[in-house]
Design a protein around this ligand. Structure first.
Ligand SMILES: Cc1ncc(COP(=O)(O)O)c(C=O)c1O
Length: 406
């Protein structure tokens, strides 16, 4: 692994030099460049964007809209009109379900979701299907977390209006073949919603190359502040969709008995926007672009490989999904025989290793896999071999610390 110490860019590691932060799928740490950009915005450019005509308000508007352009370019969208700022991936997915879903889903229509979806890409469709008396269908994966084109083709019917799938599952860490699935969906007249919460921060994502209709992701999982997220939608779809929230900023004219709505993307951004968050996201994109996905993927893949191969040497560890490190992409979820995941997490915490225990907002998947809960370690490019070593040293002691002799 290259010797560059990216941790030096992240002030949290100066404050806590002894932690091994391996909970990057939950949220990433923030580099100084992002913290500085947000601070500078509030010190030098803050006003209510899109409202005032004075110089400071114009600066705030420019900062906000420049962030949108940066997102457009980052994910290869055709136009900034296709980039809606939301609070997070969850809100982006709810927006599709409320706006597109309520206008387009009818009784007996079918919505297909994978069994491994995060609740944020599961519940909006479940609620919508119940409300519209539509059918919610589930695409099941193999034990290794794989979804096949054959299974997708089989599951689609002429009534399938929408297919919701994460590009990378937050439990398996496996990359799903979204481009191939998008082609299959298009041929069937089915829209594809891609949850990019775990992919956009880690691999290059180009919405036109993938051919997805919608893409949702969160800033906070890609070095930006919490409270800023993105919904990408194809312009023709967004154009036809009714607003999601109503209020200031999203209107054109309002009378006592009606209203017309603003152009895209503002139609979907009611109320005062999170300009500071957008500026932080812009800075995060610039920081990621400066490092480059070649370097990010190389480091994350090397760390994942080290993690998976070392874990496979330890008895009583059960890795969820594939045993091939290349099919984990930074995320390794596991159980230890006879030890409750919350005990595992507590022991890691005593050793300064930050990992996650629970159902990872994927209860249907856990039920399908026949486990109550699991433990997840997830890496980012700023982690290093020492973090993995710390994790492994602790992992090897856990059963003994719980009173088992092997
Ligand atoms: C795959 C996936 N989708 C959606 C989400 C929801 O993200 P947020 O909580 O930022 O809305 C997460 C968060 O962990 C996730 O891992």
């Amino acid at each position: 692994m290259s010797e560059h110490d990216y941790k030096r860019d992240f002030p949290v590691f100066e404050k806590y030099p002894d932690i091994a932060y391996l909970d990057n799928s939950a949220t990433t740490q923030k580099p100084q460049a992002v913290i500085d950009a947000v601070s500078r915005y509030y010190r030098e450019e803050n006003a209510n964007p899109l409202r005032g005509l004075y110089e400071l308000a114009v600066k705030a508007t420019d900062a906000y809209e420049n962030a949108r352009i940066a997102v457009r370019d980052f994910i290869g969208a055709a136009s900034e009109r296709e980039i809606i700022f939301t609070r997070n991936a969850s809100e982006s997915l709810n927006l599709i379900a409320y706006s597109w879903g309520r206008a387009n889903i009818r009784e007996n229509d079918e919505i297909l979701v994978t069994i491994s979806e995060h609740h944020s890409n599961f519940l909006p469709w479940q609620i919508l299907a119940n409300e519209k008396r539509a059918k919610l269908k589930f695409l099941k994966c193999s034990e290794t977390g794989e979804y096949t084109a054959e299974a997708l083709k089989k599951a689609l019917t002429p009534r399938t209006k929408l297919f919701a799938i994460a590009q990378i599952s937050n439990v398996f860490g496996r990359v799903n073949p979204i481009k191939e699935f998008a082609e299959i969906c298009r041929a069937n007249g089915t829209l594809i919603v891609c949850d990019g919460a775990q992919s956009v921060p880690h691999i290059p994502v180009d919405v036109r190359e993938l051919g997805v209709d919608f893409l949702a992701f969160s800033g906070h999982k890609m070095l930006a502040p919490m409270g800023i997220g993105v919904l990408y939608g194809r312009e023709e779809l967004l154009e036809e969709m009714p607003p999601f929230l109503y209020g200031g900023e999203m209107i054109e004219f309002v009378t006592l008995c009606g209203a017309t709505f603003a152009e895209l993307p503002h139609k979907f951004e009611a109320g005062t926007v999170n300009a500071g968050g957008a500026v932080g996201l812009h800075a995060a994109i610039d920081y990621i672009n400066a490092i480059g996905f070649n370097e990010i993927e190389r480091r994350e893949n090397e760390l994942t490989k080290l993690l998976v191969t070392e874990m496979q040497q330890v008895p009583h560890i059960n890795i969820v999904g594939s045993h091939d490190p290349d099919e984990h992409h930074g995320i390794v979820t596991f159980t230890i025989d006879d030890v409750h995941p919350h005990d595992i997490a507590a022991i890691f915490d005593e050793s300064g290793v930050c990992i996650r225990a629970g159902h990872h907002c994927a209860q249907p998947l856990h039920k399908y896999l026949g486990v109550q809960s699991t433990v997840r370690a997830s890496v980012a490019f700023y982690n290093d071999e020492n973090d993995v070593r710390r994790f492994m040293d602790c992992l090897k002691t856990i059963r003994r610390r719980m009173g088992y002799s092997d």
